[in-house]
Every structure is written in C-alpha cells, then in structure tokens.
Design a protein around this ligand. Structure first.
Ligand code: ZN
Length: 347
C-alpha cells in the first residue's frame, strides 16, 4: 500500500450541483506529511502523453461498454489488457501509437472471452497492424471454451501459424515479465475446463466467472485488475470475488473496478480486502449505483471513463451528464502516483 500521497488531476469535474474541483489536490495519507510538488499542467482529456523511460504508465481507455488498458513498465515493456469491441480497433491503435510511438506491444492479455474485451483483437492485429512481440496470454482452453463467433475468430486467428502469434495459457501464480522493476502476478486464472476460479467451483454459465485476476506491484504501488469478475451468486453468476479477496496480499493503491462497476460486482468483502485509494472504472452507466456507493463508502476516490455521472435527488439514479475520456495513471518511483481523468462525485 502506498504510504505517501496521491496526486489527483481532476479534469472535466463539473457535475450537476457539484462545485468545480481544483486542478490538483494532494491527499495526505500518512505522516510525516510529504513535501508538496508543483502542480502538473493538466492535459486535454483527448490527448495521451508519450510514455517516458522510468515511468510506470497505465492508460485505461474509453471504449464505452468494454475494457481496454495499456500498461507500460519503467523499462518500456508493454502489456495490453483487453481491447473492447471491434469498432474500437482504430482508436486503440491510435492510443498505442501516441503512448509508445509505435504500434507494437510485448504482450496482449485477454481477461476473458466476452466481445467487449476481445472483440477488437483480430481487427487490431490484422487490419491496423498491431505487432504483439512476445505472446498473447489468456486462460487457454479449446475452440469451444466459450460459445461465440468472436471467440472462435480469436481462437482461429491465433491458431493459424501464418499469423506468427504465440498464444500462451496463463496459470495461477504465473508472472508476466515486464522488466525488473515491476512484478505482475496472476493471482488467479479461471479454468473453464475444471469450472474453477480463485479456488472455488463456479457455475460457468457466464464467462465473467473465469476472469483472470492480476496483481501488479511497483515499489510501494499496488494495482488490482480482474476483468469482469463476478461478485454475487445469481442464476447466471457465481460470487468469485469473495474467494479472490482472500488472495489479496495487502491493500491496493489502485483498483480497476470489476465488470464496469455493475452492482452485482465489486462486493463489500473484496473492497474491504483491497481498501483501494483510487478506483478506476470503464463505465457505461448501466446499473452502477450500488457499486459506486460501496466504493465511495470504502473511502476510494473514483474515476470513470466514458461518462460523467452524478446521482439524482434520490441519491440513487445515475444521471449521465457528458462523455469523458481515458484515465491515465503515472508513477516514477512507486511512492506517489498521479491520476488524470474524470472524478465521480455523488451529491
Ligand atoms: Zn465486460
């Protein structure tokens, strides 16, 4: 858990009935108080800066209802996790070029096989020309692991030796090599053959239950990201989050909300284990209220891609105000980090 403090660069924070928020707010989280550093220049939310050597950079891209994030390590290794639906291929290509100066990553990881996570993969590689240098990582399994045309297209593309892509099955405990400064561990990898994740049996009716859980550490900075992991037992889903919560090694500085912060996910036991200082959400305004309230109650500062929302007078009904954009997290030493994006505030 990061012991010092966080820069929160708040852009587009005008929400109904909320006063404008200063462009930078140091949040003291430990004693002794750190010395304030100069206010960084805010960037346009539509521009993503180029990664600089020595930085850990995480870009959570606005792909509407979907996930796509690019992680670049201080030594320049890159991991693209999920890519949204097919129509976001060109946008994602543009962002990767803007950040890395080239359309090339070391790894692509599919958190699970839903269309809003892998839909743009084939178009991104085949049509946009993305190079995946080292490997495509996922939970493996066969062509029937998930019954969808998108997954079969992904499977077939990777299985075609003429494409020159290496597909690697991740298993629980694996490390993804992004250089010496960064530790990226698969805390759990769902297994759709055995119908398990985080040490428990799952229904497997919904692919979300198999989402890969990653834990990233850089110095004192810790980050959780786990696709669309399920957090409630229903006819369709299994509560995997409560079992995964037991694997959390320590409180997290940064948490990417599971399943677009839909209220059946991000349950209280997971939030209690993570105690995230900052939560980032790929948000599309679908049934988020309960989860958002849980995050705020847990003391997390919440950033959203996609749409700025506030809550109506009943403090329950989300109101969509405007579109927002990517969220960019930066740290140079793992002791302090900045978050650029749109902050969610309830009334
Ligand atoms: Zn999803």
């Amino acid at each position: 858990m990061l012991r010092t403090w966080v820069w929160l660069i708040l852009l587009l924070t005008w929400v109904a009935c909320a006063p404008p928020v200063p462009t930078a707010t140091p949040l003291p989280t430990a004693t002794p108080q750190p010395v304030a550093t100069p206010t960084p220049e805010p960037m346009s939310p539509t521009e993503v800066s180029r990664w600089q050597p020595g930085q850990l950079m995480i870009v959570l891209m606005d792909v509407r209802h979907g996930d796509a994030q690019l992680i670049v390590s201080p030594t320049g290794e890159s991991l693209l996790i999920d890519v949204g639906t097919e129509d976001y291929a060109s946008k994602i290509a543009e962002k990767i070029r803007a950040v890395l100066g080239k359309l090339e990553v070391d790894y692509f990881l599919a958190s699970h096989y839903h269309i809003d996570h892998i839909g743009a993969f084939v178009p991104l590689v085949r049509d946009q020309g993305l190079v995946v240098r080292k490997a495509v990582l996922d939970r493996g399994s066969g062509r029937d692991a998930y019954n969808s045309a998108t997954y079969r297209r992904y499977f077939d593309y990777l299985a075609d030796p003429s494409r020159g892509l290496k597909r690697v099955r991740l298993v629980t405990g694996d490390q993804i090599d992004l250089g010496p400064a960064l530790q990226v561990t698969a805390l759990s990898v769902g297994d759709s053959d055995a119908q398990t994740n985080c040490g428990i049996k799952v229904q497997g009716k919904n692919d979300n239950d198999y989402s890969i859980v990653l834990w990233l550490t850089f110095g004192a900075f810790d980050y959780w990201t786990a696709g669309d992991l399920s957090g409630m037992d229903t006819l369709e889903y299994t509560n995997v989050e409560s079992s995964c919560a037991k694997l959390v090694p320590r409180p997290a500085d940064l948490f990417k909300a599971n399943h677009h912060a839909i209220s059946t996910n991000n349950n209280a036991s997971l939030l209690q284990a993570l105690q995230p200082q900052v939560t980032v959400i790929s948000l599309d305004g679908i049934d988020n209220t309960d989860a958002l309230m849980r995050m705020l109650k847990a003391g997390s500062t919440v950033f959203t891609t996609n749409r700025i929302i506030t809550l109506a007078e009943d403090n329950k009904t989300p109101i969509i105000i405007n579109d927002s954009d990517d969220i960019v997290i930066l740290t140079r030493d793992g002791n302090e980090f900045s978050v650029e994006g749109t902050v969610f505030k309830s009334r």
